[in-house]
Design a protein around this ligand. Sequence first.
Ligand SMILES: [Zn+2]
Length: 238
Amino acid sequence: MTDDAAATPTCLARPLPGPDDGGAGCAAARGVDGRPLHAAALKFFWGPMDCGKSTMALQMNYNHARQGRRGLVTTRIDRSLGPQVTTRIGLAHTAVEVTDELDLRALVRDTWAEGVRIDYLICDEASFYDVAHVEQMAELVDGYDVDVYAFGLATDFRSCLFPAARRLFELADEVARIQVEVLCWCGREGLLNARVVDGRVVREGAQVVIGDTVDTADVRYQVLCRRHYRSGDLGPRA
Ligand SMILES: [Zn+2]
């Protein structure tokens, strides 16, 4: 738990009131609005770049919304560099930008206070969030009965886990590798995200270089199989 979470009175016994519970607290709220208690879950869907994570995130949001559930989409450092989730196949959705200062619990509480019950969060690009945000996700599930679906990379260009991804692996109720296959140039399944600078695989530098640099500038990323990530072989067309 973070210091912040530890200092906050636990929500399990008496969560902050939602918009439709008359301030009576969690147990009464569920009874009054007829909203069935359900076993909320924290799920982490991970995969390399280009495997369709954001597309799947928006599809999941669509599926839940169709069932009458209310959700929020959050992101950080989307390729559009704006407060929205965009996908390489052209889908887009407005999203809440996750800053260092943003508390996901406060985001849900504030939305409830506006009269909108939030049933779930879709957290795109979650590997770029802070570890504290992942702790907040867990509390939203356990204390607020809000489902949290996180999507992101597992490892950075050095093939090391992002801190937030590590925490998601540790805390999530369910972890799933996204099954849309991204292939290495050799035909093997792509696993790792190589950073390519001036045509060479680099293994040192800042963990995150912002923006969608694919096909532009001197820095780009290429998904490789483990064998070719390790050898630094970018293939015949590199
Ligand atoms: Zn390969």
